[in-house]
Every structure is written in C-alpha cells, then in structure tokens.
Write a protein that binds this ligand. Structure first.
Ligand SMILES: NC(=O)c1ccc[n+]([C@@H]2O[C@H](COP(=O)([O-])OP(=O)(O)OC[C@H]3O[C@@H](n4cnc5c(N)ncnc54)[C@H](O)[C@@H]3O)[C@@H](O)[C@H]2O)c1
Length: 255
C-alpha cells in the first residue's frame, strides 16, 4: 500500500514509538490521526501541520476509539482509513510473590492485560470494520493493521507475568485476525520490539540500561523510535507481509 496521500491512525502517538511513526508517515506524505489518552497529541499534531489531526482517546473505550476511527475516516476522504499503527500500551513489573511473601495484586495484573490486550482488540475491531468499507486500492488492498507486541511475549523476565501475557496475547491474535480479515483484503501484522529508547524505558536506572544495551549482539545499543517507524512504513508498503510477528531487537534474547 502506498503511504502518500493515505490516512493512518496512530495510537500511543503522544510519545516514543507512536510519535516517531506519526512523524515518519507525515514526512512520507500521509495524513495521520495522532491518538493518545495524553493531550500532548494536540501539540504534536499542530507541530506536524495540516496533514495531522489529534484525538485524545483511551484505547480501552469503545466510544473513544470509535470517535478516533471516525476522525481518521473523515480525514481520509474518498480513500477512508487506510491503516492503523497501534502503539499505545503500558509496562508493569510485579512478582507473583514478593520478598515479604505477599501475592501479586490482581487488579494490577488485570489492568495491564486490559490495556495491552483488550485495548488492542478494541482498536483492531473498530478499525477493521471501518476499513472493510474502503474502496479497494490498486492492488485490491483495503487496509493494514500493525500492532505492537514485545520480545517479552517470547522471552519474559521475572516480574513480567502480566506484561508478557498481554503481549503474547497480541502475538496470538495476529494470525487469526489476518486470516479472518483476508476476505476484506486487510493485512494484520505485529512488531515485537526489543528495548527501545523511549519515555517508557526512561525510568530504568542508567546501569540497567547499559547492561541491556551490552546484551544486544549488534548494534550494542537500545533501539531508536525512528527504527520502529521505519519498519512500520515497510510493513505498510510491502503487501506480502501478513499474519506475522517481526522481532526488531538487534538479536537480543532476554535471559
Ligand atoms: N520502549 C520499549 O523498549 C518497548 C519494547 C517493547 C514493546 N514496547 C511497546 O511499544 C508500545 C509503545 O511504547 P513506547 O516505548 O513508545 O512507550 P511510551 O510510554 O513512550 O508511549 C506509550 C503511549 O501510550 C499511551 N497510552 C497508554 N495507555 C493508553 C490508553 N489506555 N489509551 C490511549 N493511550 C494510552 C501513553 O499515554 C503513551 O503516550 C507499547 O505497547 C509498549 O509496550 C516498547
């Protein structure tokens, strides 16, 4: 699918991977709706200019996300909403049993799964319903959905039960969603980033960040949000990418 003159909905666009993706797609000539629960998207959209619109929305809310999808469909005009890059998510760390022997908090587990997994399903279902109405493009394609998993879906570390489960759920939905939506000519992909330099990771101490960077075979550093955006653009433009999860991690395998 071409990027230029098409319209994309980017969730989590106030920060990190989503913000970088919005900027890259605008620079490539796309229209974007920057969606986030943080009102920072209002400023970011203004900075990106006439091709960008903002929508403050919670990805777990049916009404909020329907409004975000409607905004993107309207912005897209005749071609409608062409794709979604869904980056909104949260990280959480909690041991099943802490040092004092207390069990993990159940509400906190459910919150992570609700935002990262149920939120992803909410974004996918509403975007897919809108894109199914698109006129087919030159190659017959109607839309593309790119979700954000994590290498924690495969190499979860101690304390990541909730986060790993939520991202493994995102991985698990990719193939059945791609199979189902193939009849509408909509592709579904997921990116599983390693460790990227974003505000989400800024809370980890310097020493831990250095150790993580050293554990990457090559390049020995954290990923840059622009590198995530580059892959998102490639997925949009390459029609053979479908039903797959791509690790973007410099070869790191978490211990
Ligand atoms: N940074 C990394 O190293 C890394 C690694 C693997 C996966 N990921 C995943 O990539 C995605 C983006 O992460 P990031 O590093 O850019 O993080 P980030 O914290 O910089 O950005 C996440 C954005 O999501 C938004 N958000 C959170 N909950 C929301 C909700 N309910 N509704 C709407 N918006 C919401 C936040 O406001 C924030 O702007 C996340 O799904 C994260 O789990 C990140």
């Amino acid at each position: 699918m071409q990027v230029k003159d098409r319209t994309f909905l980017i969730t989590g666009a106030a920060s990190g991977l989503g913000a970088a993706t919005a900027e890259r797609l605008v620079n490539a000539g796309a229209n974007v709706v920057l969606c986030d629960m943080s009102d920072r998207v209002l400023n970011l959209a203004e900075q990106l200019g006439a091709q960008a619109k903002a929508c403050v929305a919670d990805i777990t809310s049916a009404a909020d996300m329907q409004q975000a999808v409607n905004t993107a469909v309207a912005l897209g005009g005749e071609s409608g909403l062409s794709g979604v890059v869904h980056c909104a998510g949260v990280v959480s760390v909690a041991k099943l049993v802490d040092r004092e022997g207390n069990p993990a908090d159940l509400d906190s587990y459910a919150r992570t799964v609700h935002i990262n997994l149920v939120g992803t399903f909410n974004v996918m279902r509403l975007a897919a319903a809108a894109m199914a109405n698109n006129p087919p493009g030159d190659s017959g394609e109607r839309g593309v959905i790119i979700n954000t998993a994590s290498i924690a879906a495969f190499d979860g570390q101690v304390g990541q039960c909730a986060y790993s489960a939520s991202k493994a759920g995102v991985v698990g939905m990719s193939l059945p969603a791609a199979r189902e939506l193939s009849r509408h000519a909509i592709r579904v992909m997921a990116i599983a980033p390693g460790v990227f330099e974003t505000p989400m990771m800024s809370e980890i101490p310097d020493e831990a960040a250095q150790a993580l960077a050293a554990a990457v075979p090559f390049p020995k550093r954290l990923g840059k949000p622009e590198e995530f955006a580059l892959l998102a653009e490639q997925i949009i433009t390459n029609p053979m990418l479908n039903g797959e999860v791509i690790r973007l991690d410099g070869g790191i395998r978490m211990q």
